[in-house]
Ligand binder design. Structure first.
Ligand code: ARG
Length: 464
């Protein structure tokens, strides 16, 4: 018999218990208790299968399945006492089950190992996060679509290099983020589909000699099918890495939007007013409205992408099949998931509640010679100039306006004709920002008409 201090689950061949520091480095219960519900669901499915295949008796399986519900309610009710000596959630649950139902509990671990158990639990947890993240992304898309619909024809400057480029519409800018998030959504769904295979029954690494029914457990846990290679099944953390990489791209998108909100809400830009709900004050400067939530969202990519790099690094040199290194997967994913969901929710709130400053947007849209391209296009269209020549003429007109300290529409016809004699009064029709955006009707362009089409298309796709 094992020494009393050796581990009650695997201590049979050990004469003494672990060093306290060994226990500390080995234990994951401090964080993997978050997978309690998944662990118990997996064990209940396993027990039902063991009975259906005649590996354990119906009465033992019944006792196990009911006992597991008792354990779950203790955990949910906060009365469960987690033990570091029992390392992880799997052994904590099983040890408590033994206290609750006695001898049948010992039969639960037939034809499985903690290796397929943890892979199953973690997959269930990650799958749930993929679903929640998809919901979060959809809510944010909805908020952006709301803004786009309201401001399909509000003009604002479009930038490249953060230099005024051409006028665009507010709706178009909002819908650009909808496109990005739409790709995130499809990546989340795609990752979910690929990961939805059940590792349970792969046992330690080689499968089992017991006549288990892996389709039954896979189905009970909502998986599309069982995994096809037991070595791969216990060694695979691709699903977690895919979650982290999809989360990283999504967080990067959120960070770009957050950055724009920080810029736009500054006193220099005044493009948007963030609602009080999403702003903070300064303890010393009374005039301040700080966009803290946007700044924190901008920063979240750091830890989310960090988690991606960390887990990739953990996994990269591991021989098949399971190694304890893999226990380091969970904290990274938990942290990334928590922060992604929080960032998505905060961004959806900010976008819903922010107010575009239409006057400031419009004034900025017309400044910085933003309709220079329209002018060049007009020269091509009306005077039949080659585009390169039109570009040159327009450049001279911009220089002229710059010298006079005015914008293009403020130049007189005589000024313009001094640069190119063929220019007529009609040119002023294209120098206005509204005309500029209204003319951009190529598919995917910034015109209010195109924006409304895209809004309608996304509403249909999202069932709004
Ligand atoms: N706590 C472990 C983990 O998170 C469970 C699997 C342990 N398996 C083992 N063979 N020691 O990875």
């Amino acid at each position: 018999m094992a020494d009393k201090t050796s581990n009650q689950m695997w201590g049979g061949r050990f004469a003494a218990g672990p060093d306290a520091i060994m226990e500390a480095i080995n234990a994951s219960i401090g964080y993997d208790q978050r997978m309690a519900a998944q662990d118990i669901a997996g064990s209940r499915a396993h027990a039902a299968m063991l009975a259906a295949t005649g590996i354990v008796s119906d009465s033992d399986a019944k006792a196990i399945r009911e006992g597991l519900l008792t354990v779950l309610s203790e955990i949910e009710g906060g009365t469960f006492e987690f033990s570091t000596a029992l390392e992880d959630i799997h052994m904590n649950v099983e040890a408590r089950l033994k206290e609750v139902v006695g001898e049948p509990a010992g039969r639960l671990h037939t034809a499985r190992s903690r290796n397929d158990q943890v892979a199953t639990d973690f997959k269930l947890w990650v799958r749930d996060q993929l679903d929640q993240a998809a919901e979060g992304v959809e809510s944010l898309m909805k908020a952006l679509i709301g803004q786009a619909e309201a401001g399909a024809d509000w003009v604002m400057p479009g930038f490249t290099h953060l230099q005024t480029a051409q006028p665009v519409t507010w709706g178009h800018h909002m819908m650009a983020y909808v496109e990005m998030l739409g790709r995130d959504l499809s990546r989340l769904r795609d990752a979910r589909e690929r990961m939805n295979e059940c590792p349970l029954g792969s046992a330690a690494l080689a499968g089992t000699g017991f006549p288990i029914d892996r389709d039954m457990t896979a189905q009970a846990l909502g998986f599309a099918r069982p995994t096809a290679n037991s070595l791969d099944a216990v060694a695979d953390r691709d699903f977690a890495l895919e979650f982290l990489s999809v989360a990283s791209v999504c967080a990067m998108h959120l960070s770009r939007l957050a950055e724009e909100l920080v810029i736009w809400s500054s006193a220099q830009f005044r493009f948007v007013k963030m609602s009080d709900k999403w702003s903070t004050g300064s303890s010393i400067m009374p005039q301040k409205r700080n966009p803290d939530a946007a700044e924190l969202i901008r920063a979240k990519i750091g830890r989310i992408f960090g988690a991606n790099v960390a887990l990739m690094t953990v996994m990269k040199g591991l021989p098949l099949a399971y190694s304890k290194d893999m226990q380091e997967d969970k904290e990274q994913v938990f942290d990334a998931a928590d922060n992604l969901l929080l960032a998505l929710a905060a961004m959806a709130g900010m976008v819903t509640d922010m107010q575009a400053n239409r006057e400031a947007l419009k004034a900025a849209a017309g400044s910085g010679f933003s309709t220079a391209t329209d002018l060049a296009d007009w020269l091509v269209r009306e005077l039949n100039l080659p585009f390169r020549d039109a570009h040159h003429v327009t450049g001279s007109l911009v220089a002229l306006a710059e010298g006079k300290g005015c914008d293009l529409p403020d130049l007189s016809l005589a000024d313009m004709q001094g640069v190119h004699a063929g220019i007529t009064d009609a040119v002023f029709g294209v120098l206005g920002v509204d005309n500029s955006v209204n003319s951009r009707i190529s598919y995917g362009g910034t015109s209010p008409m195109c924006v409304r089409e895209q809004v309608a298309a996304w509403k249909t796709r999202l069932g709004l």
